[in-house]
Design a protein around this ligand. Structure first.
Ligand code: MSP
Length: 526
């Protein structure tokens, strides 16, 4: 039986405009999902939308629409953006899906029956945009500590989840299972900021919020959005329905990938809910950092004070989804915050995609065309020093890529893959195939050199495909590689000699950085 790999993004608030910033989680998960498929695993990649709560209801009202009408449009919009960015999710869950709502009601009842939910009354500071209650001591300068906005004092009858009963169990979990929450710094954040100061019971129902899943045994209450949202990871697999075969197959999740501001919910509240239900915990929760634009989450450039263009709907048609994906994998160190700027994007486009990968492919293909009429040549067993060095370097980077992907480190993985192409470009400079071609009796040597280059392009493109699915696939198709799983990554014997290379267009035409930069600033600031 195939190994399984179950990976999830958070479910998105459909009212948030999708930008390079919040697309990040999904783009990262896509590379991880595709990579695991190429490893031959049975992958389930889940994403979706988080559709209940006051904020959504308010946004629908502002748009002059019913919630359903508003949400259907926003969800279509979200799906179309994922399509544009080549996101290969296997399932899309909406928290307004009937099966999800029913399962959440069952889960709430189960928690109540197990003695983990009780009725009380809630007083506290409520932040509407974050849908969170805060105590006096948690407020920051009297405002919401998460988003910095105004909070208002609210009191209402409510159900509570006994989160306080789980403090020791969660600490024990982090201690016994250091893999559970990553990167390590997030564990310290959770322990010092939330668990050590004392976990309070969590208010898990509202009588004032109408747009939500009703508590079936007390319908004037609706279920708190996070208690409705977190279980999506199991309800999407049929937990709480008549058919839970997917749940049996894929749960526990191999990884929940989330942004750092929602680690608290995933690494404290979610495991507590699962423990209370008697369900196994996910293997890993990974809290990535934020993409910062000019030093903060807004999109203004620090140097010019102008807005950066961070709209994928503008960027993808101009530069391709692959290029947008590339910059996020490459520039934001996975697990930490990272900066994005238009200039950095355009410069990297030229240096890494045009000059390194693109140029290697085009010059190798044109040499094979010129010297061998585009027929893939047979190569000799490697014996020359330069060839052996190339092979060793490629082997090393393949191994690095595998190890980094095991740790989910997409940034280090993609930089190892790009090293493969750099090595091949250096090899060309060293062996100078055009000079070899002029020597007498050099045909066998020239064949081996070009064969080596094609093999390195093949191996690198195989590894790159989960990250840049369109351009890498074009190259693999041109090399006549149909295989969808990794094969022959540690040898130079993956190509069939005698086959003809297919013609391939320039992958990433070089950009004029100044002109493009000006164009993008104009679009973003008009
Ligand atoms: N609905 C909740 C999640 C519930 S999961 C049970 C939510 N949604 S969100 O739409 O606000 O966020 C979706 C994802 O986008 C989160 O992982 C969040 O961290 C991420 N990001 C939003 N802005 C971001 C950046 N500027 N940079 C990187 N990721 C960011 O939270």
């Amino acid at each position: 039986m195939k190994d399984k790999f179950y990976i999830t993004t958070p479910i998105y608030y459909p009212s948030n405009k999708l930008t390079l910033g919040n697309s990040y989680t999904t783009i990262v998960c896509d590379a991880l999902a595709r990579f695991n498929r190429k490893l031959g695993k049975d992958v389930m990649y889940l994403t979706g939308t988080d559709e209940h709560g006051q904020k959504i209801s308010q946004s629908a009202k502002n748009a002059g629409k019913s919630e359903k009408e508003y949400l259907d449009e926003m969800v279509e919009d979200t799906k179309s953006l994922w399509k544009l960015l080549n996101i290969s999710y296997d399932k899309f869950i909406r928290t307004t899906d009937d099966y999800h709502e029913k399962a959440v009601q069952k889960i709430f009842k189960q928690l109540y029956d197990n003695g983990y939910i009780y009725k009380g009354s809630y007083k506290g500071w409520y932040c509407t945009p974050c849908e969170s209650f805060w105590t006096d001591s948690q407020l920051k300068d009297g405002k919401c500590p998460d988003c910095g906005r105004e909070v208002k004092f609210q009191e209402e009858e409510a159900y509570f989840f006994k989160l306080s009963a789980f403090a020791d169990k969660i600490l024990n979990l982090y201690e016994k299972n250091p893999e559970f929450l990553q990167p390590k710094s997030r564990v310290n954040e959770m322990v010092n900021n939330f668990i050590k100061p004392g976990l309070s019971d969590l208010c898990v129902s509202r009588t004032s919020v109408k747009w939500g899943v009703p508590v079936d045994f007390d319908p004037k209450h609706t279920i708190y959005v996070w208690i409705d949202a977190l279980p999506n990871y199991i309800t999407a697999l049929g937990y709480g329905s008549d058919d839970d075969s997917l749940f049996k197959k894929y749960w526990p999740a191999d990884v929940h990938v989330i942004g750092k501001e929602i680690v608290r919910f995933h690494a404290i509240v979610w495991p507590a809910i699962l423990m209370a239900l008697g369900i196994d915990l996910p293997h890993r929760v990974f809290g990535h950092g934020w993409i910062l634009f000019g030093g903060d989450k807004l999109s203004k450039s620090k140097e010019t004070g102008k807005k950066e263009c961070i709209d994928p709907r503008v960027l993808v048609p101009l530069y391709s989804a692959d290029a947008i994906r590339y910059i996020l994998y490459r520039e934001i160190p996975f697990g930490s915050d990272g900066n994005y700027s238009t200039e950095m994007f355009l410069t990297r486009f030229n240096s890494d995609l045009s000059n390194n990968y693109g140029n290697l492919v085009s010059r190798t293909f044109s040499m094979v065309k010129k010297y061998f009429n585009s027929i893939i040549p047979e190569g000799e067993e490697l014996s020359q020093q330069t060839d052996l060095e190339l092979k060793n370097a490629v082997d090393r980077e393949v191994e690095n890529t595998m190890n980094y992907m095991e740790k989910l480190d997409v940034t280090k993985a993609i930089s190892s893959i790009m090293n493969i192409f750099t090595e091949a470009n250096t090899y060309i400079q060293k062996v100078q195939p055009w000079a070899v071609a002029k020597e007498e009796n050099s045909e066998t040597r020239l064949k081996t050199i070009l064969r080596n280059l094609l093999e390195v392009i093949r191996i690198g493109s195989e590894l790159l495909e989960p990250f840049l699915p369109t351009s890498s696939r074009k190259v693999l198709d041109a090399l006549n590689i149909e295989e969808k799983v990794f094969k022959n990554l540690n040898n130079f014997k993956g190509l069939e000699a005698g086959q003809r290379l297919k013609e391939i267009d320039i992958l990433f035409p070089r950009l004029d950085v100044n002109a493009e930069s000006e164009k993008l600033f104009k679009i973003a600031n008009q």
